[in-house]
Design a protein around this ligand. Sequence first.
Ligand code: ADP
Ligand code: MG
Length: 242
Amino acid sequence: MPLVDLIGIHKSFGTNPVLRGIDLSVHEGQVVALIGRSGSGKSTLLRTINGLEHIDDGVISVDGEKIDARDTDLRALRLKVGMVFQQFNLFPHLTAAENVMLAPKVVKKAPQAELRALAVEMLEKVGLGDRLDHYPDQLSGGQQQRVAIARSLAMRPRVLLCDEVTSALDPELVAEVLAVVRKLADDGMTLIMVTHEMRFAREVCDQLVFMHQGRIHESGPPEQVFSAPQTEELRQFLGGIG
Ligand code: ADP
Ligand code: MG
């Protein structure tokens, strides 16, 4: 059974159809990259998986938690799914450790010592065990994004969604964040990521999904998708960025 299963997902904003029948199955431990032009619906798709967007039609299931267009309470879905954004959105008045502890504290009401241990574990995972008590403005952009990843992991999601997590970073800070994502992939985390880092996608992903005008236009193993694109749209997209 797939860990994440999307069946016939439709979503419009007003009269603008943004997702036009998305079917996608992601198995545990798989790493999937979403690519495609700006406006093709990649972010909206991730946001529906996280329950940040209500869908008009279709069924989303994550780790057995099934949500369809009629459901209005998307909290259960959110607990299964972590998400990291282009903008890190850390709380500036909280330290790295406090940022990581916040959601577990509010949602799980765990005792302080347990929360602190969790923060240490998660920040060590992203290579920031020595920055526990630093505030966001004392950290580089790459370090802040790694704290944001640690914060998502602290809720022990079944799948982590990454939406262009390196796009807001200075070029010299991209590699340290990609290294963390790669390690998560190596450790077996299920990942669905929107990325423009084609070399990274090629090396790390099991499946590449090309979105075009709200549909999955082409998908497959990265070598196949890159070396033998089947459609003119994908050829143009790859040509434009290559
Ligand atoms: P991508 O991430 O591939 O660039 P998005 O999912 O962000 O694409 O956007 C797809 C389309 O949906 C775009 O036309 C965008 O303008 C529109 N859109 C996205 N979010 C909203 C929103 N909250 N309200 C209205 N339109 C939106
Ligand atoms: Mg986007």
